[in-house]
Design a binder for this molecule. Structure first.
Ligand SMILES: [Zn+2]
Length: 340
């Protein structure tokens, strides 16, 4: 865990911007951060990049913003099995339960490490998104950020992989459909890796426009431009692969020039972000070059879409982001705009 002093050293740049804003009323923020410390109980081996330290670092940045009255922190509820089954098969959920209970250290379906607390953490992560969707749809906050792990966007209906157990954002989107009768949802994914699980879940769904920018070639290898959905979902899967070294020009360009006109036609009633910050310059698991300022501007583009079509309703969900100094800075930059 980063010490308080270590965290301050790591985030000294971000603090300059964090302290520049006026102190707002604590109870009157536009952005709520949903966080359940149960997510720390998922404990891969100590040298694994998807570590509980990621959330300690990110929440350090969140708490600075909370003290300034810019965001509030809310406790979510864990997901029920019913929530998880909105996306995943009964067989897969049983497999996850059985393998964790048996003490397996890796999930048999893919490269996701496990520990005794992984089920509780994965249910907390999925439930966090469900709770955030409820808060935004019920008008308790305009925007929400879900500080969760394990990440979710590589998990499909019957397969966890890529550090993911349950597809948190997909479960949240399906919950919005079922509970709040939302007919059209945009999911924008700026994680450096392709969100293959989310793509598979919504491949022929028709209610979700999935817009993904990712490094290619790179893990997991999917996400070509000609993967664009089928049936009711035809044309609603939109992949934007870019080579290593890509950054502001390519990614912000795709969001401004492709996402905005697509959203103008689709008219989402709820906007969600798979906010992976492994697309930030210097991340150990990616080769994109986005800066904290770029994340602020990407947030503005998506927020613009939400305000234009969805009454401002936006739920952002943490995916990747593995640099313990970079992640809190990027999260702070993202949250400052969500709170604006
Ligand atoms: Zn990633």
């Amino acid at each position: 865990m980063l010490s308080r002093r270590g965290f301050l050293q790591h985030t000294s740049g971000a603090l300059l911007t964090l302290t520049s804003g006026a102190v707002a009323q604590r109870a009157n923020t536009n952005a709520q951060v949903f966080y359940d410390p149960t997510v720390l109980r998922h404990e891969p081996p100590s040298d694994h990049p998807e570590s509980p330290k990621r959330l300690d670092a990110a929440m350090g940045a969140v708490r600075i913003l909370e003290r300034q009255g810019r965001v509030s922190i809310a406790p979510p509820r864990p997901a029920t099995e019913d929530d998880v089954l909105l996306v995943h098969t009964t067989e897969y959920v049983k497999k996850v339960r059985t393998e964790i209970a048996a003490g397996r250290r890796t999930l048999s379906t893919g490269d996701t490490d496990l520990s005794p607390g992984s089920l509780a953490a994965a249910l907390a992560a999925a439930g966090t998104v469900v709770s955030a969707v409820d808060a935004v749809m019920n008008g308790r906050t305009r925007t929400a950020f879900c500080a969760v792990r394990p990440p979710g966007h590589h998990a499909s209906q019957a397969r966890g992989m890529g550090f993911c157990v349950f597809n948190n954002i997909a479960i949240g989107a399906r919950h919005a459909r079922r509970r709040h009768r939302v007919d059209r949802i945009l999911i924008a994914d700026w994680d450096v890796h392709h969100g293959n699980g989310t793509q598979e879940v919504f491949w022929s769904d028709g209610a979700v426009l999935f817009f993904d920018v990712h490094q290619h070639p790179w893990y997991p290898g999917t996400g070509s431009p000609n993967e664009n959905g089928d049936g009711k979902g035809r044309g609603l899967i939109v992949n934007n692969p870019f080579p290593a070294g890509s950054g502001r020009k390519e990614i912000l360009g795709a969001f401004r020039e492709r996402l905005v006109p697509l959203a103008d036609r689709f008219k989402p009633q709820l906007v969600m972000i798979s906010a992976g910050f492994d697309s930030r310059a210097g991340d150990p698991l990616g080769r994109f070059t986005l800066t904290d300022q770029d994340f602020a501007e990407l947030t503005d583009v998506v927020l613009g879409v939400a305000r234009e079509h969805a009454g401002g309703k936006l739920v952002s969900v943490l995916e990747g982001g593995y640099a313990l100094d970079g992640l809190p800075r990027a999260v702070a930059s993202h949250l400052e705009r969500l709170a604006s």
